[in-house]
Design a protein around this ligand. Structure first.
Ligand SMILES: CC(C)(COP(=O)(O)OP(=O)(O)OC[C@H]1O[C@@H](n2cnc3c(N)ncnc32)[C@H](O)[C@@H]1OP(=O)(O)O)[C@@H](O)C(=O)NCCC(=O)NCCS
Length: 195
């Protein structure tokens, strides 16, 4: 049986000594820049390649700065963090960015630290992102996924996304789904396929 995802042993570049800590999911803040940079640096090349669809070693500071300043109207970033020896360590991130302001259609991206993949954190993060987005009048979400990225395709499927060919990029599959009205969110039980 998998460990409770709330108390996983964590290893990361910023916390080399394994520690057991509760996981908190919260919106990203401007002071998260260095924590987020450490998270992306700590991902395996394979996971970074999945996340950015290319061989990225280090993200330019401007990209991280933009990420941590998303405020809700144009998009939002969420972090999964644990506190190790008094310092917060990022172990996952999920974000949406409004792609079409008129229709409130948003593009999503997500990554979970390699050590804790496959234990339910991606699902918690994406579900949380969907709730925040629906409350912020986002009507639909989509993402481009490499066709052999079984984990992301399974995660999207588990949360009600459909999958099809990506017309904008023949190398990718496109996962997408509509979001419920914000008023419908409160009535959805935890884990419901609708959110
Ligand atoms: C994709 C990713 C975010 C998924 O997060 P995760 O924490 O590993 O996923 P979860 O443990 O929450 O699993 C979610 C679902 O996917 C399934 N899944 C997870 N890993 C899987 C794998 N390797 N193969 C098949 N299914 C898998 C789980 O069984 C679960 O489905 P279920 O609830 O129906 O059982 C994570 O693997 C990751 O960060 N990968 C690298 C970056 C990336 O690919 N980002 C996506 C860019 S579009």
């Amino acid at each position: 049986m998998l460990a409770d995802p709330c108390t996983l042993p964590i290893r990361s570049e910023a916390a080399p000594v394994p520690c057991v800590a509760p996981i908190v999911i919260r919106p990203v803040r401007p002071d998260d820049e260095s924590r987020l940079a450490a998270f992306f640096r700590g991902l395996s090349p394979h996971s970074r390649q999945r996340r950015f669809h290319g061989g990225v070693n280090e993200l330019p500071p401007g990209v991280i700065a933009q990420f941590v300043r998303r405020c809700g109207s144009d998009g939002l970033g969420l972090l999964a963090v644990v506190t190790c020896s008094g310092a917060e360590v990022v172990i996952g991130e999920a974000a949406y960015a409004i792609a079409r302001p008129r229709t409130r259609n948003a593009e999503i991206a997500i990554a979970v630290a390699d050590d804790v993949q496959g234990r339910g954190l991606g699902k918690r993060l994406l579900r949380s992102l969907m709730s925040h987005a629906a409350a912020n009048d986002v009507t639909s979400m989509y993402g481009g996924v490499q066709p052999d990225n079984k984990a992301m395709l399974a995660l999207a499927r588990a949360l009600g996304f459909t999958e099809r060919r990506d017309a904008a990029d023949a190398r990718l599959r496109r996962v997408e789904r509509c979001l419920p009205e914000p008023s419908a969110l409160a009535t959805l039980p935890e884990g419901a396929a609708a959110i």
